[in-house]
Design a protein around this ligand. Structure first.
Ligand code: AP5
Ligand code: MG
Length: 212
């Protein structure tokens, strides 16, 4: 069983997916997190992807499909929550080709100004990947991850000029994927604004209605 979580950069996909992993036993696949791990470990995929990720552009489709298949293996049959894939219509078609049991696609809808505010204040743990925000979700001790004690840093693609590129890529390449799923009757759009807890309840409501 698989659910896809979609939304613009900063919409809260990663934050919400982490909650669903803890509270509902999903296996999270974040292609962004997977690519950042490859980049850190200097794998061939990482070397190829680094320039694209740092510039806020899409990494080539064939590479992403390889990364996705590796991550699916790791799920070992657990229900999957997919964050960050598909990001264009070709990727949506590749995902269909894998014949997974797609139960639904959830789109977190967030206003442009709010996205920019969220991304400009985001901080991430360099060790475990936990996500914080300087104003909305600060760490208890400045610069130190609450979960693992790792150093909390800025993501390199959260610089304002990179954020602009990422939002444009979303408009041009990823928004058409929403139409692709809408036409198939599997898309649910919901507001991604409010507290994390409120949004999580909305998401769980949709998942509960569709999971069986
Ligand atoms: P990826 O890591 O997926 O980045 P993204 O899509 O730009 O999304 P983000 O991770 O920035 O945002 P999010 O929605 O997860 O929000 P978050 O929960 O962190 O991809 C990175 C790059 O990898 C891409 O640019 C591309 O280069 C490459 N890539 C990945 N997948 C690819 C693919 N399929 N094909 C090709 N290339 C690919 O929240 C953001 C902030 O807001 C946080 O600080 C959080 O604390 C805060 N926040 C969250 N919810 C709330 C709330 N309700 N109220 C207030 N603040 C909130
Ligand atoms: Mg994310």
């Amino acid at each position: 069983m698989i659910f896809v979580l979609m939304g613009a950069p900063g919409a809260g996909k990663g934050s919400q997916a982490d909650r669903l992993v803890e509270e509902e036993g999903f296996f999270k696949i974040s292609t962004g997190d997977a690519l950042r791990k490859h980049i850190k470990s200097l794998t061939d995929v990482g070397k190829e992807a680094a320039g694209f990720v740092n510039e806020g552009k899409l990494v080539p489709d064939e590479t992403l499909l390889k990364v996705l298949k590796e991550e699916i293996e790791l799920a070992q049959g657990k229900p999957i929550l997919l964050d960050g894939y598909p990001r264009n219509v070709a990727q949506a078609e590749s995902l269909e080709g894998l014949n997974l049991d797609l139960k639904g696609v959830l789109h977190l809808d967030v206003d442009h100004g709010e996205l920019v505010q969220r991304l400009s204040g985001r901080r991430v743990c360099s060790n475990c990947g936990a996500t914080y925000h300087s104003k909305f979700k600060p760490t208890k001790v400045d610069g130190i991850c609450d979960r693992c004690g790792g150093a909390v840093i800025l993501r390199s693609d959260d610089a304002p000029e990179k954020v602009e590129v990422r939002l444009k890529v979303y408009e041009d390449s990823t928004k058409p994927v929403l139409d692709f799923y809408r036409s198939k009757g599997v898309l649910t759009s919901l507001s991604g604004e409010g507290t994390e807890g409120e949004i999580s309840e909305r998401i769980k409501g949709v998942i509960d209605a569709k999971r069986n």
